[in-house]
Ligand binder design. Structure first.
Ligand code: NAD
Ligand code: MN
Length: 362
């Protein structure tokens, strides 16, 4: 039987609650499926590890992950440690170390979820945002000098390479081509950012010639926020730079009902390294440790993980379980206006996966 090696990294805050829930769902799935099983290895990296060792993860941490088939991640972010240390010391170390250059963020309004857009039906909002995940505004290039003096200066340099831009646009065109509408919107800001974003636009035009069956357009990032709210049905696949897509995808998650539902995959499309799947939310300091976190974002990330492994039937079953559970408002957590707890939602999803009749229907 095929055994998949899965690394779990809960990290901080509610990551420690939702990642074990995700692991439970994978285990419940494997128990009912006879084609494969999972071997988990859990890594206690994050804020607590930092307090003990002065680093978020060990120096040779990537070597421990290298042989895994996939990584399930929670969140990096601790109330007592500056955010740039937790983020760069763990999550970005893995994303950059494994060159997971495509960050993929599907957004839909799931059954039973009441989104904030009055004039938008669930069918109008079905997007995948592709975020450049290795360079751009978050390249880490920059510096700070003369700290604390009046002459202090600081830079965060947005660095874009032709290779980096071309590979993410190619990935996005290919993804758009694989979806029924074959529709891609390239987000830009080449009016104000007159160097790198102009190259971005040029490369988009070049790459588009290899995808004659994909309809595509360009939109300035600020206008794109209004279009997402006013005309959601005109969008399908969306590709944007690291910073632009970071912001647009939080907006997308909110328009779909809650940050607690939204999943993401940090993908190495060439499969040289393991890819990493995680809910898009953070540590949620205000609710951590209380069992109130919505685990659906993690479960949907599990669906993406299964798809990446090529287990499409299993992925569809977990997605069916998620939709079955969101349709029942008594299973909504606080972020959706309900009173259910993490364990209630997790148990309902696992129960659904164990039920034979519905398994056939799914
Ligand atoms: P956040 O996502 O942690 O929380 C924003 C709001 O959404 C909070 O009110 C929170 O309670 C709510 N929320 C988020 N996820 C939820 C869930 N699953 N169920 C119910 N409610 C949920 O964002 P923030 O407050 O900006 O950041 C907190 C910390 O997390 C910071 O340290 C930040 O750097 C970190 N962070 C990490 C990641 C990551 O590791 N990928 C992503 C975002 C934020
Ligand atoms: Mn973000």
């Amino acid at each position: 039987m095929k055994t998949y090696q899965i690394a779990t990294i809960p990290g901080d805050g509610i990551g420690k609650e939702v990642v074990p829930a995700g692991r439970e769902v994978l285990a419940a799935l494997a128990a009912e499926t006879h084609g494969f099983r999972f071997q988990f290895e859990d890594f206690d990296w994050g804020g607590d590890y930092y307090r003990k060792h002065g680093v978020m993860m060990p120096a040779d941490g990537l070597d421990a992950l290298r042989g895994k088939d996939a990584i399930l991640f929670g969140s990096a972010g601790d109330p007592d440690i500056p955010d740039h240390i937790t983020l760069w010391g763990l999550r970005l170390k893995i994303c950059q170390g494994f060159d997971q250059y495509a960050n993929v963020r599907p957004t839909r309004i799931l059954p039973g979820i009441d989104g904030p857009l009055k004039r938008c039906s669930a069918a109008d909002l079905n997007w995948v945002i592709v975020r450049e995940n290795s360079e751009g505004e978050y390249s880490g290039v920059g510096g700070r000098v003369h700290q604390g003096h009046p002459i202090e200066a600081a830079t965060d340099v947005s660095m874009m390479t032709r290779v980096g831009v071309e590979r993410i646009l190619r990935f996005a065109f290919r993804l758009a081509q694989s979806r029924p509408r074959k529709l891609l919107t390239v987000i830009t800001k080449s009016n104000a950012q007159r160097h790198a974003m102009v190259m971005w636009d040029e490369v988009a035009l070049e790459v588009s010639r290899d995808f004659p069956d994909v309809k595509w357009d360009k939109e300035l990032v600020d206008a794109a926020t209004a279009r997402m709210v006013n005309k959601p049905a005109t969008l399908d696949t969306i590709v944007a730079t690291n910073l632009h897509a970071d912001i647009l995808s939080d907006l997308a998650a909110a328009l779909a009902g809650s940050l607690g539902i939204a999943p993401t995959g940090n993908i190495d499309p060439e499969r040289r390294y393991p890819s990493m799947f995680e809910p898009i939310h953070g540590s949620a300091f205000d609710i951590m440790g209380k069992g109130l976190a919505n685990p659906v974002g993690t479960f949907w990330s599990v669906v993406m993980l299964l798809e990446h492994l090529g287990e499409h039937d299993a992925a569809a079953r977990v997605m069916a379980a998620i939709e079955h559970v969101t349709a029942d408002t008594s299973l909504h957590t606080g972020d959706l206006g309900g009173t259910a707890k993490t364990v209630d939602v997790t148990r309902a999803v696992c129960d659904f996966l164990a039920r034979k009749e519905e398994r056939k229907a799914a």
